[in-house]
Design a protein. Structure first.
Length: 134
């Protein structure tokens, strides 16, 4: 009975707090970017590249590892990667990399973050690396 009461209290607290914690936890468990990154996407840095979506996604993962970033989520079906631990930025700063497949050999890549420094740093590295792989 105590366990059920504790679950009920936890559910009520999470519900009254706007469910942000619960929603983000579920999204991250399913390898989707956080709601904050989805919101930051409207201010993303975008570039269209002559590279297939599959190649861009895989190469972006390699580039992030070279930057020693932590790959927090990767979801090929949702066309997104979330990374943290970007050098010279606060460790908990999230950066989202989103892909839009224009055609079989053309992809739009969007880099989003609430940190302008992280967004600029990651976009310069990712765009340069993907342009080399075109």
């Amino acid at each position: 009975m105590r366990f059920i009461s504790a679950l009920l209290v936890a559910f009520i607290v999470l519900t009254l707090s706007g469910c942000g914690i619960l929603v983000d936890s579920v999204r991250e468990a399913a390898d989707y970017p956080s709601l904050e990154l989805v919101r930051a996407r409207k201010d993303a840095i975008r570039q269209s590249l002559d590279i297939s979506y599959d190649k861009a996604f895989e190469q972006a993962l390699v580039l992030l590892k070279e930057m020693e970033a932590i790959i927090y989520t990767k979801n090929k079906r949702d066309h997104s990667i979330t990374a943290m631990g970007i050098k010279s930025c606060i460790d908990t700063t999230e950066v989202g990399i989103f892909f839009i497949e224009e055609s079989s050999d053309k992809t739009i890549v969007e880099i989003a973050s609430h940190s302008p420094k992280a967004k600029d740093f990651v976009s310069s590295k990712i765009f340069a690396g993907l342009a080399e792989g075109e």
